[in-house]
Design a protein around this ligand. Sequence first.
Ligand code: APR
Length: 229
Amino acid sequence: MKKKIVVLTGAGISAESGISTFRDSNGLWENHDIMEVASIEGYHRNPSLVQDFYNKRRRQLLEVEPNLAHHFLKDLENYFDVTIITQNVDDLHERANSSKIIHLHGELRKARSEYNETVVVDWSNDINIGDFAEDGYQLRPHIVWFGEMVPMMETAIDEVLQADILIVIGTSLQVYPAASLVDYTKNNAPVIYVDPTELNNNPSIIQIQKKATEAINDLKNILSDYSVE
Ligand code: APR
């Protein structure tokens, strides 16, 4: 039977595709304060600014491609049972054809009713003020903002609990509850952290201090020790 690998990804895996991370620029995301454009309070204060911000992010998806790290995670499926839990709202894991993807913080290519978070539609274009969901309420990005619940968290925890190996790629692990997922691994399940920035005070974690695409060979070497049984 294939061993189960769960991969937790963050903004860093898409950095080499040309999408900015959040915290590498001192808390500014594409020149905005994160709380201005990624919190429910920010949206209530200025819905047009926030809609416009995500419209730009959605348009940017047309200009970027999955990189070698996204493709590597798809290829891992030849050897392991792979589930990706991503904090990213881009669609680069989908476009690399990964089979099992859980989006913890929502998806840019979906829109939802302002009123009911379960009224969700596929959405590729801009969302304009005056675009309504089928329940008659304004559409907003299908994004989990600061100040909102993370509905996929339980599903994600269940996956990590069953993982034989957890790989974490390109996340600062500063945002909860997502960051707490690393605490749910089984005893003895190795945790591998890929990030150019060192994670402090974690002797039990195997660290590959490199960019995602540059860590692929190291990952292959480590994973070859955990082959099929
Ligand atoms: N390869 C791998 N990691 C990289 C690369 C790269 N090429 N470039 C940067 N990184 C790392 C940074 O060192 C950092 O640790 O990616 C991480 C990005 O961290 P953040 O910007 O904090 O992004 P993330 O952890 O995904 O943020 C979590 O915060 O604002 C919210 O909802 C948003 O999902 C997001 C959440």
